[in-house]
Design a protein. Structure first.
Length: 282
């Protein structure tokens, strides 16, 4: 009488084939991310708002310039700043809802059951949202620059200029990093309204108030707030120099130093969210 070991072998091979790995988690999160209507609408709004606002600003300024080529040329890079700041508000909503929506529906329990270590799930979500917004914002910035070329012609920002390259690349990185900051805060707070109120309140209320109040301790804090610091990467060197020279106290951050501060906010918030994810019940 003989025994066969083929069936256990097949079962083992099947288990190894379908085991949960990080690429499988990324694929799963990718499917969930792109099957939501809010994803398509929010990313579409990002592109439309950024390109449309750049077209409006450059178009109006060209009409009012009366041949002042220097003023038109100087505006080319600056036109991106308000457009990027407004587009960043859209990705804040998407970044928060990507994680808090699962807590609202209870789907997070299924994800954490499939991946008991938990932190890979959070990392997979961050990879998906970061990659998606990086590509979308790159397309939006490229279209915005194309609009400037069509509108301003020879007065459009010179693409060979290091300053122009830094502003264009920085715009893409800023929008992506703000989205990741909102995502990390959403993972930390687990509540859509609380997370969005915190991020938007910080960007739209707290940071402008801190920058405007003439109290010396706040002047030391202001350069290190997320949007204030990260937003330097969107600004021409002339604007950064004026901001640094206008303040007699506080740190004088360069464009990339300011962006590094924003990245530090993301890293710290994400680390806290990952730590609490391992310790708290879903």
């Amino acid at each position: 009488m003989t025994t066969t070991t083929e069936r256990p072998a097949v079962a083992t091979d099947r288990a190894e084939t379908y085991r949960v790995t990080f690429p499988h988690l990324v694929r799963s999160e990718w499917i969930k991310f792109w099957t939501l209507r809010s994803t398509i609408w929010t990313l579409a709004i990002l592109v439309v708002v950024m390109v449309g606002l750049v077209a409006l600003i450059t178009g109006l300024d060209e009409g009012d310039s009366d041949g002042d080529e220097g003023r038109v040329g100087a505006l080319g890079v600056l036109a991106l700043t308000p457009a990027v700041n407004l587009a960043a508000l859209a990705v804040v909503v998407l970044g928060v809802l990507t994680i808090t929506g699962e807590y609202t529906t209870g789907m997070i329990r299924s994800s954490l059951t499939a991946a008991p270590r938990r932190t890979p799930v959070l990392a997979a979500k961050a990879v998906v949202i970061g990659a998606s917004i990086l590509v979308t914002s790159a397309v939006a910035v490229a279209l915005s620059y194309g609009v400037e070329l069509l509108t301003l012609g020879d007065d459009a920002p010179d693409l060979s200029s290091p300053e122009t390259q830094r502003v264009l690349v920085g715009s893409v990185l800023y929008v992506t990093t703000i989205a990741l900051f909102a995502f990390a805060l959403g993972a930390l707070l687990r509540h859509s309204a609380a997370a969005m109120a915190t991020v938007l309140g910080l960007m739209l209320v707290i940071e402008p108030v801190v920058a405007a109040v003439p109290w010396q301790p706040l002047r030391y804090v202001s350069p290190f707030l997320p949007s204030s610091a990260g937003g330097k990467v969107l600004q021409p060197d002339m604007v950064i120099d004026l901001q640094n020279s206008a303040s007699s106290v506080g740190a004088d951050l360069t464009a990339w130093q300011g962006f590094g501060v924003l990245v530090a906010w993301v890293v710290v918030t994400y680390a806290l969210a990952a730590l609490l994810l391992r310790r708290r019940d879903a």
